[in-house]
Design a protein around this ligand. Structure first.
Ligand code: NAP
Length: 301
């Protein structure tokens, strides 16, 4: 064999072997998908949804769609009255059982109060969706340290506590699913909402790693990374409206992907934005694009 051909042969063999491996993995996953049990059997009979109180919110969107798929619900939020109103709506429309737990998930010892309700229930799905970020979105150094720490407690510590407790339970019962609602802001730095971006990156890494670690169990993990979603009324009015998604398609794409995907970036515009910022520019250019985008949307420039 000539000297010139040898590297080509080696490269061809590596590419070929990789293609065969990827194809085999795909076939394996397709086989797994084909024998999946019905949704309510795999992820029921009860689902926990955190941050489910606000009518316009993504959490209530999950609650509606899960009730539509015949799951009973444990709704958790800090807003007790709104939570009770959402629960009544769901019971009336979908005829499912709904428990509400009014809790501050920023308190380090919140878990026993939640377990007091869930211990008697079989939890098949956990949707970690709640979040706290100050409305004024101050830059990192202008935000006081107590707020940084509160955000870490609510957006990072509580996610870990929930995933750890209910994830172990699901592995032991040999079925279940965990959805972690992160954000596009978790994929790369998001100036002017930097603490939130860091919290979202934490959630994303937690979820992606857990997906791999539970791959050979019957517990499915999925990270959702929405872009702008229509939950905040006029607060998003200064962003390009083509980037704004409604809650229902975000939730539907996520639930359809559960058990099949590890990450959902919902909608074509978010997917395109993600492609452009990961493939058509350097990470630094993507960061500057994010900063300029936020400065405009938040009227900081
Ligand atoms: N909307 C978007 O454009 C967008 C984009 C990407 C990702 N996401 C993610 O999607 C998820 C839902 O967002 P959303 O826009 O639907 O927000 P949302 O309606 O404000 O939902 C968050 C809920 O969590 C509650 N919460 C805050 N702190 C809590 C605490 N300590 N204990 C218990 N509950 C607490 C909030 O109550 P309060 O209202 O009292 O704070 C609120 O009801 C979040 O994780 C968010 O990061 C949203």
């Amino acid at each position: 064999m000539s000297k010139n051909l040898k590297p080509l042969m080696i490269a061809g063999t590596v590419v070929g072997a990789t293609a065969v491996y990827l194809w085999q993995q795909k076939q394996k996953r397709a086989g797994e998908t084909a024998v999946q049990p019905p949704f309510s059997q795999q992820y029921g009979p009860w689902a926990i949804v955190t941050g489910a109180a606000r009518k316009e919110g993504i959490g209530y969107g999950f609650a509606r769609h899960l009730a539509g798929r015949h799951l009973n619900l444990v709704l958790v939020d800090v807003l007790g009255d709104e939570l009770a109103a959402r629960a009544a709506e769901l019971r009336q429309k979908y005829h499912v059982k709904v428990e509400t737990v009014t809790l501050d998930l920023g308190k380090p010892d919140f878990l026993p109060a939640l377990q007091a309700v869930t211990d008697k229930l079989e939890i098949g799905l956990l949707v970690c969706n709640h979040m706290f970020t100050p409305k004024e979105t101050p830059p990192i150094l202008q935000m006081d340290l107590d707020t940084h720490h509160a955000m870490l407690d609510i957006n990072a510590r509580a996610y870990t506590t929930l995933v750890h407790g209910y994830g172990r339970q699901m592995v032991a019962q040999n079925h279940g699913g965990i959805i972690i609602v992160s954000s596009q802001a978790g994929l790369r730095g998001m100036p002017y909402t930097g603490a939130y971006s860091a919290n979202k990156a934490f959630q994303m890494m937690l979820g992606e790693s857990l997906w791999y670690e539970l791959r050979d169990t019957n517990v499915d993990v999925l990270v959702l990374a929405p872009g702008l979603t229509n939950t905040q009324g006029d607060a998003l009015a200064d962003y390009p409206q083509i980037m704004l998604m409604e809650v229902d398609p975000v939730v539907k794409e996520t639930l359809d992907g559960l058990g099949r995907k590890h990450l959902v970036i919902p909608g074509p515009v978010n997917k395109l934005f993600n492609f452009a910022t990961t493939h058509l520019m350097t990470r630094q250019q993507a960061l500057i694009t994010n900063g300029d985008f936020m400065a405009k949307g938040l009227r900081k420039s």
